[in-house]
Write a protein that binds this ligand. Structure first.
Ligand SMILES: [Zn+2]
Length: 110
């Protein structure tokens, strides 16, 4: 098998990244703060903050209808980001992140 050129390797990497990144479809916007909180409690009902032992809470976006999403840039892949839902400790603010496309598929495809 021929060795791949750096361009071919980068293209393969970008294809892998794209499969894990939201393409802007609306499913991530359909997850409410309540649905996300129910998901967290279903996965681990006893979860507490690893820093202080407090409880986690889920904020809402400014409309109050969508679980909070942040986007992280993907190094070396211009214009792409990974979308994450956040939950924060209501006692100390320690925050945790969950892959938004994954959670949305788990929450919405029941
Ligand atoms: Zn805490």
């Amino acid at each position: 098998m021929a060795k791949k050129t750096p361009q071919q390797q980068r293209t393969i990497h970008e294809q892998k990244v794209r499969t894990e990144v939201s393409t802007g479809s609306d499913k991530e916007y359909q997850v409410t703060p309540q649905l996300f909180m129910e998901y967290l409690k279903r996965i681990n009902p006893d979860a507490v903050c690893s820093f202080c032992g407090g409880d986690f809470g889920v904020a809402a976006d400014p409309t109050g209808k969508i679980a909070p999403i942040v986007a992280t840039p993907v190094p070396h892949v211009k214009g792409l980001g990974i979308w994450l839902y956040t939950a924060s400790c209501v006692n100390c603010g320690h925050s945790i992140f969950f892959n938004a496309p994954f959670v949305a598929s788990q929450v919405l495809e029941k």
